[in-house]
Design a protein around this ligand. Structure first.
Ligand code: SAM
Ligand code: SF4
Length: 330
């Protein structure tokens, strides 16, 4: 299994399928985009499936989340899901997407074996969406969400980042909308993972602010800690439940001690933490003919070195990782 020196066991694998994206969210990427990885650098579909096979058959991984960049931009995404669904033991599989293209692919992804999706949407206002993402695609995301729900990729979770002065007044409205449409909303505190290094701690909308804003309209009851497990989101029952809302407070209330994540980048690097400043190259050995057992040992070694925490609790010493979120796989 993927154990670290603090006794944590990673059973949840994030696989980045591409670093490319069709949006330019201001908290993630600059307007002009980034220097994308070249095709030879990217793991092929076969290489990705092999890595997932090693993870689930030899390393105890139980959950696989496909992400990016925008994972739906990867032409082979449905085939990759289908081949991973055929693995024994079969992993639970989900996908984090900005929702563009989901209206077209939701049914095929479900048929391939995908269990559920997280769709990122920060606002209900098309003009604010354009300000935040620098693209006019609000309608596509809404249609993608509906298609995911209709295809049974449930629970459909919606990820929202609030930005001060832009959409931070929308929290209650977004929650009401999510309740009305049967989506589970989760707010994510803005993290210092943008390519532009523009994140400012003082400017970030905190979990406490979000909860205060929601509390003005809804009665929130904390879910017991036991229900949380390894989930990064703290959850509250809304108006007595059963509907819930989550907050991922990676900055103000980090949950590193229960982290069960391991990450594979689109170019075959293992990262033991979103905020790690080192990564372990598994693409080299993979292409040099390493066997499954050897690959598994290298993966274990990469995880053994995982640090106790993200370092975000020490603003003076904290150093942002070189790769931005979109190239790590958020
Ligand atoms: N493109 C897909 C999407 O947007 O859902 C998947 C990749 S994206 C990097 C994954 C998640 O990370 C999204 O929910 C996005 O809002 C979030 N994200 C990106 N940059 C972030 C940041 N600096 N702080 C917090 N969340 C961020
Ligand atoms: Fe693209 Fe997702 Fe980053 Fe937005 S958050 S720019 S959709 S990778």
């Amino acid at each position: 299994m993927l154990l670290d020196t603090y006794g944590r066991i990673a059973t949840d694998l994030r696989v980045s399928l591409t670093d490319r994206c069709n949006l330019r969210c201001t908290y993630c990427m600059p307007e002009e985009g980034l220097q994308w990885l070249g095709k030879p650098d990217l793991l092929t579909d076969d290489e990705i499936v092999r890595m997932v096979r090693i993870a689930v058959t030899l390393l105890g991984v139980k959950d696989v989340r496909f992400t990016g960049g925008e994972p739906l931009l990867r032409p082979g995404v449905v085939g990759i899901v289908e081949r991973c669904a055929a693995l024994e033991p079969r992993p639970r599989m989900s996908l984090t997407t900005n929702g563009i293209g989901l209206a077209r692919t939701a049914a095929a992804l479900r048929d391939a074996g995908l269990n559920r999706v997280n769709v990122s949407l920060d606002t209900l206002r098309p003009d604010v969406f354009q300000t935040l993402t620098r693209r006019k695609r609000h309608d596509d995301v809404i249609r993608g969400l509906e298609a995911a729900r209709d295809a049974g990729l449930t629970p459909v979770k919606v990820n929202t980042v609030l930005m001060r002065g832009i959409n931070d007044d929308e929290a209650p409205e977004l929650l009401q909308w999510a309740l009305d449409h049967g989506y589970e909303l989760r707010f994510i505190e803005q993290m210092p993972l943008d390519a532009q290094h523009g994140w400012q701690r003082d400017d970030m909308v905190t979990a406490d602010e979000i909860l205060t804003s929601l509390g003005g309209r809804f009665t929130l009851t904390p879910e017991p800690d036991a229900a949380r497990g390894h989930a990064p989101a703290e959850r509250w029952l809304v108006d007595g439940g059963p509907a819930r809302v989550g907050v991922i407070a990676s900055v103000t209330r980090p949950f590193c001690r229960a982290c069960d994540r391991t990450r594979l980048t689109a170019d075959g690097q293992i990262r033991n933490c979103l905020f790690a400043r080192e990564e372990s190259d598994l693409r080299g050995p993979l292409r040099d003919g390493a066997g499954d057992e050897e690959m598994a040992e290298l993966w274990k070694k990469a995880m053994w070195g995982k640090k106790a925490g993200s370092g975000l609790d020490d603003p003076v010493a904290f150093q942002q990782p070189e790769r931005p979120m979109s190239a790590i796989g958020g």
